[in-house]
Design a protein around this ligand. Structure first.
Ligand code: F3S
Length: 395
């Protein structure tokens, strides 16, 4: 792989032990995937932030990097942590967990990362432009930035995204290259999709069929931010889809070649099939909306469903701290809290220690959350629309 003089200096340890170690990791990755050189990245998004995901080894690794004075070279944001930094005690998060989680966040802060703790940085002020190269690791954010924003990132692991942040570059391969952004499968959508959870259910089915393909959707009309983030998150959860195109909607769809590709047809049957196959419980004792983290529009819709009523069971609407602050200013937070719900920032059910908090069945409007919650939190799930889920817990 071609390296510039500055990059050779990094590799030879002239910029310190941490940069040398991190740059070696990027070189190994590049060699593995046949990269010809490194490219500068404009931002990094690092996963592996929850203490639940990284445990003591992750905590010690990050504290060691921070103690050695390592600093990120580009704008770096973080995936959700394991708790809401402000509301954790009131919500019943365990003290020992919180202590470790705060140490992780402190280490990231010393490294220079922004403590955004969200899987939707693009709704919280980090909106890459078309063609920008990134090193993001949250799979739903990777999918959204590639597909909807037209930026370019591979699906990084937490360590490789952090290495890119500390070195300012990433190996040039995969979705950074024009030729790998062409569709490889046509998905013909038949029938109506009603809201983001239907897109999530559809994406779950497609992700299982598509694996690592680049799907090109036909027949989708009128999908906005919420629908596209739900579709991408689900395909990345059940498959390894990191880029998709939607005819007439996503920015690269009009420029790619679709001739001669295999086709699959999906419709209402597949959508209902996902709702059914992912539902393993009956009566939720907690409802969690906002996977990926809720947009202002989703908060507003939830607030209007809650208007004039009160929840009988806990309701979390997970979002970024930035969107939560906007909701405080716009009055949406007061509406949700007035109905007994809670806008939860910095975390999500999947990466929180839900298994230690006494919940048994969780209602979710996201196929991704429904996919991961049983295995990672030991709970049963009900996967449905926000309307149906809220109706079930409203008095
Ligand atoms: Fe985000 Fe958590 Fe879902 S990280 S995509 S809210 S599982």
């Amino acid at each position: 792989m071609y390296l510039t003089r500055d990059q050779e200096r990094m590799l030879e340890g002239e910029e310190g032990e941490v940069v040398e170690r991190m740059f070696r990791l990027l070189v190994r990755l590049g060699e593995l995937y046949g990269a010809d050189r490194m490219i500068p990245v404009s931002s990094c998004q690092v996963s592996g932030v929850s203490y639940k995901s990284v445990g003591d080894p992750g905590l010690e690794f990050l504290e060691d990097l921070a103690a050695k004075g390592a600093r990120v070279r580009v704008r770096t944001t973080l995936n959700p942590a394991g708790l809401d930094r402000e509301g954790w005690r009131e919500m019943g998060f365990p003290e020992d967990f919180a202590e470790k989680q705060f140490r992780i966040l402190e280490a990231f802060s010393r490294l220079g990362a922004e403590l955004t703790a969200t899987c939707t940085p693009y709704l919280a002020g980090v909106v890459p432009s078309r063609g920008e190269h990134l090193a993001w690791s949250e799979s739903s954010a990777v999918s959204f930035s590639n597909s909807v924003l037209g930026a370019r990132t591979n699906r990084e692991g937490g360590p490789s995204a952090l290495a890119a942040a500390l070195c300012g570059v990433t190996p040039r391969y995969g979705l950074h290259l024009e030729e790998n952004r062409q569709p490889t499968l046509i998905v013909e959508v038949e029938g109506e999709l009603r809201g983001p959870s239907d897109f999530s259910a559809l994406g779950y089915w497609v992700g299982r069929e598509a694996g690592g393909e680049v799907p090109y959707f036909r027949g989708i009309r009128g999908a906005g931010t919420e629908e596209l983030k739900a579709l991408g998150a689900a395909m990345a959860a059940s498959g390894a889809v990191a880029l998709f195109h939607v005819e007439g909607i996503t920015p690269e769809a009009g420029e790619v070649e679709t001739g001669g590709l295999e086709r699959v047809r999906v419709g209402r049957r597949e959508v209902e099939g996902s709702y059914e196959s992912l539902t393993t419980g009956e009566e939720p004792d907690l409802v969690v909306l906002g996977c990926p983290h809720a947009s202002p529009g989703e908060l507003s819709r939830a607030a209007s469903l809650l208007r004039g009523r009160r929840v009988k069971r806990p309701l979390w609407i997970c979002t970024s701290r930035r969107v939560k602050e906007e909701a405080s200013l716009s009055g949406l937070r007061a509406q949700v809290e007035g109905a007994g719900g809670r806008i939860v920032a910095d975390t999500c059910a999947v990466v929180s220690p839900l298994e230690r908090m006494g919940f048994e069945t969780v209602g979710v409007d996201s196929a991704k959350a429904a996919h991961y919650l049983p295995g990672l939190c030991g709970v049963r799930v009900v996967f449905s629309t926000p309307e149906r889920l809220l109706e079930g817990i409203l008095g």
